[in-house]
Design a protein around this ligand. Structure first.
Ligand SMILES: Nc1ncnc2c1ncn2[C@@H]1O[C@H](COP(=O)(O)OP(=O)(O)O)[C@@H](O)[C@H]1O
Ligand SMILES: [Mg+2]
Length: 513
């Protein structure tokens, strides 16, 4: 008999309902039609084994599985479970035609009928809810993730026999319930690290506070062991907490990438992604036959940390250029173009030169002439252009490292950041997509970053004396606006400019000149 049931396919960060028809006919052979990829075609092998391992039969005649809409490519093993259930119902071993209409069923099968987690349970649940399905049957490991969505019943299953039993007797399973908001607000601030772990380095902490306050990209430059990685890892702890909306966006991306831990619900903290410098283009920006989000999207609404920036291949960095500008990445495949959001704060680190000790207060740089400039040139220029703050990190002396002095914790730094962000939120109220000073356009810069003649003279003198490049000018103005916001000052004062000027080390002609 002909049976109709529903699955779901994820494209980008959205899910589309897939109708699966299964029929048993006269003839022989099993077929799957409707643009299945190889993994879907192979599904029949797993289905046959899972069915037979559990005392059920496969049809002895012809079996046809049709997946619609036919023009969308279906991929992966997650259609195993609905195909298996459809096969069992179509061969009249399960009487559940009416119930099947109400549910989206997804899961990957092992040969014995146990069920493996799937990718994208969250967007699948969102679409199921929108289309008024009564419920969702998904792998138990994904149940909490799907149950973030309200007003839809989510049933987590570990084995195909549980699904069959449920369809015979729906009271055999209890829906999974999660108090998403409660969990979200409870875990927002339980960070693994804290800025109070870092001894001294007050000027660096100040620079990172400015970066966090204005959403500015930053690069930390210093010798090995100076604490660059340690400092960068703590940046998420001083950023404003995720809003529920941002959390949902970020969680969807991690769901689609299959990167949520088992039993996870809403991501409650800004992500911190730190891809190794050997990362491929596709792993960094996204891609693949079935487009998957890359590191820049996994870092959406959080921090992307490129540790040891000059070690990254130039080409890899250059592919980030467009997505950084547009805050999303578009991946084109034969017929479709998919967008993944990629709005992140970039923080990079680098040694000042190959030996690591150029500009060091105590040690001697042993690099041959020209090596420092060559090293700097390894960084993609367009990427460097998008970094507002250059921060030189020198190691703290041992006496300070071993000292007992308590350092300011992340919570109080974060309070100041949040206040500065509130000022910016008001400023950019009318500008869609702009929420912090880092994003202001050059036109906005002229209107917003007005300086008086004292400031203008100071800036001109500094530009001349330090031989700062023209591109440094706009960066200094933007950063000084953030410094003024942190000070609660309506106007950019000379002292704010003076501080901002310090954060352009790599632009100075003196650097490696
Ligand atoms: N200011 C500091 N306070 C406390 N520990 C520090 C500090 N600076 C460096 N360290 C210690 O030195 C280690 C090396 O620092 P790391 O961040 O890896 O340096 P880098 O990335 O600059 O090479 C850290 O893991 C930490 O244990
Ligand atoms: Mg390091």
């Amino acid at each position: 008999m002909l049976v109709k049931l529903f699955g779901s396919a994820v494209y980008g960060v959205e899910a589309i309902t897939i109708t699966i028809e299964v029929n048993v006919l006269a003839g022989s052979n099993y077929y799957i039609v409707g643009l299945p990829d190889n993994a879907v075609k192979e599904s029949l092998q797993r289905v046959e084994s899972a069915v037979k391992s559990n005392g059920l039969l496969m049809p002895r005649t012809k079996l046809v599985v049709n997946m619609a809409p036919a023009d969308l490519r279906k991929s992966g093993a997650a259609f195993d479970l609905p195909i298996a259930i459809g096969t069992i119902a179509a061969s009249e071993q399960l009487d559940a035609v009416a119930l099947l209409e109400d549910y989206i069923i997804m899961g990957e099968l092992n040969l014995d009928g146990t069920i493996q987690p799937i990718k994208g349970a969250l967007p699948i649940a969102i679409t199921a809810r929108k289309e008024n399905f009564k419920g969702l049957i998904v792998p138990a490991a994904n149940a909490r993730e799907a149950a973030m969505v309200n007003n839809i019943h989510v049933y987590g299953v570990n084995h195909i026999t549980e699904v069959i039993e449920f369809l015979r007797n729906p009271s055999s399973l209890q829906p999974t319930t999660v108090d998403t908001r409660d969990e979200f607000y409870h875990s927002q601030y339980d960070f693994e690290f804290d800025f109070s772990d870092v001894k001294g380095q007050h000027n660096i902490k100040r620079a990172l506070e400015i970066a966090a306050a204005g959403g500015h990209n930053a690069i930390l430059i210093g010798p090995p062991g100076a604490g660059k990685t340690m400092l960068a890892k703590r940046l998420p702890t001083i950023l404003p907490p995720l809003t529920l909306h941002e959390a949902l966006e970020t969680t969807k991306i991690h769901s689609v990438a299959g990167k949520l831990p088992e039993n996870a619900t809403l991501i409650s903290k800004r992500p911190f992604r730190s891809p190794h410098h050997t990362v491929s283009d596709a792993a960094l920006v996204g891609g693949g036959g079935v487009p998957q989000p890359g590191e820049i999207s996994l870092a959406h609404n959080g921090v992307l940390f490129l540790d040891e920036l000059p070690e990254f291949k130039r080409t890899v960095l250059e592919v980030m250029r467009q997505p950084m500008e547009e805050r999303k990445v578009t991946i084109s495949r034969a017929k479709v173009a998919l967008d993944f959001p990629s709005s992140f704060m970039l923080i990079a680190s680098m040694n000042p030169c190959p030996c690591g000790f150029y500009n060091h207060p105590e040690k001697e740089c042993t690099c041959p002439p020209g090596a420092v400039q060559k090293y700097l040139n390894k960084i993609s220029g367009p990427l460097l252009d998008r970094i507002d703050l250059h921060v030189e990190v020198t190691p703290v002396p041992f006496s300070e490292l071993s000292g007992k002095k308590t350092e300011e914790g992340s919570a109080s730094i974060r309070e100041r950041v949040i206040q500065a962000r509130e000022i910016q939120a008001k400023r950019y109220q009318q500008q869609p997509g702009v929420y912090a000073n880092a994003q202001m356009s050059s036109k906005q810069l002229k209107d917003i970053c007005v300086i008086d003649h004292v400031g203008a003279n100071l800036l001109k003198a500094a530009m001349d004396k330090l031989n700062l490049s023209a591109r440094a000018y706009d960066r200094i103005l933007k950063v000084s606006r953030t410094i003024a916001d942190l000070a609660g000052s309506e106007n950019i004062k000379p002292e704010h400019l003076a501080e901002a000027i310090q954060y352009r080390s790599l632009d100075r002609e003196g650097w490696a000149g």
